[in-house]
Design a protein. Structure first.
Length: 287
């Protein structure tokens, strides 16, 4: 008689580890999400409609009514407004990031990723990178619309590009907040609501749409220490859209005196904190 040898059980696949492997896995997941976006074009179209509506409504409805530096000239308000609209657009992408991750969790896609030998944080990094690409495309279209309604920059092209990069850095940072929200709720609908409800006070208690000089004193302090306000002020400075008669800071807040540096610090801090929390939440949720 011949003995029949049993095959040893196949071990579960493990990621090879390392930064290179993590980058490769993240890019693969990002490519998957970008392909998905191209197959569902209404996601991109609806993402463009809202910011375009904000540009048109704020420009033509409020443009001649809001005083900027003692003047109600609509052109001044257009140049004051656009950095705020751009910043609002990149941060509102947070809701989409959270809803997308919640949808993947709900459909069991995350469980499929778990069975693959890939870096654990790559799923979230790839998703946020794909959202960054979509946000960039939205920002390009929105800038074209802003030029059509009369927005102008007064700095060289290098500074203008740096202004948009500053905005995209904030948008990428906020996408990690959306990732954490998406992992913390049970349905995509809850992720969308949870991703928007805190953004409205954050964007409106700021210097995005009106000068903070007209706010109550306690709100002035909140607005000028708001990371959103620092990015808006930094973008205005790089675009050459600072307004005569509008002081940098009413309360003497450091972020308003150095908005570009403050915006970078805020964005990097948000990425470090919320990426750590999101990856930790992903691992516990997958377990």
């Amino acid at each position: 008689m011949s003995a029949i040898a049993k095959d040893a059980p196949t071990p579960a696949p493990r990621p090879s580890g390392g930064v290179t492997q993590s980058v490769k896995d993240s890019l693969v997941v990002a490519k998957r999400n970008l392909i998905r976006m191209t197959r569902i074009p209404e996601m991109v179209i609806f993402g463009l409609i809202q910011p375009i509506m904000f540009v048109v409504l704020f420009t033509y409805v409020f443009g001649g009514s809001i005083s900027i530096g003692g003047s109600t000239d609509p052109q001044l308000y257009k140049e004051f407004l656009m950095a705020g609209i751009f910043a609002q657009t990149v941060t509102f992408a947070t809701a989409g990031a959270g809803a997308g991750i919640a949808d993947d969790m709900h459909k069991g896609l995350i469980d499929r990723f778990r069975s693959l030998p890939m870096a654990r944080g790559a799923v979230l990094t790839g998703r946020t990178l794909a959202d960054l690409v979509q946000t960039t495309l939205t920002l390009v279209v929105l800038a074209g619309v802003a030029l059509l309604v009369g927005w102008r920059t007064h700095e060289n092209i290098g500074k203008v590009i740096c202004g948009f990069l500053l905005l995209l850095l904030l948008g990428y940072a906020f996408s990690w907040i959306g990732a954490l929200i998406g992992l913390s709720v049970r349905t995509p609908e809850a992720a969308t609501s949870g991703g928007l409800i805190w953004l409205f006070p954050l964007t409106f208690i700021s210097n995005a749409f009106v000068p903070v000089t007209g706010m109550p004193t306690f709100l002035q302090h909140v607005a000028e220490w708001n990371p959103f306000s620092a990015t808006v002020a930094g973008a205005r400075e790089l675009f050459g859209n600072t307004m005569p008669g509008v002081p940098k800071s009413v309360t003497g807040a450091w972020p308003m005196e150095h908005p570009i540096i403050a915006s970078i610090i805020w964005s990097v801090l948000i990425i470090v904190v919320f990426r750590t929390l999101a990856v930790r939440k992903y691992r516990s949720a997958a377990t």
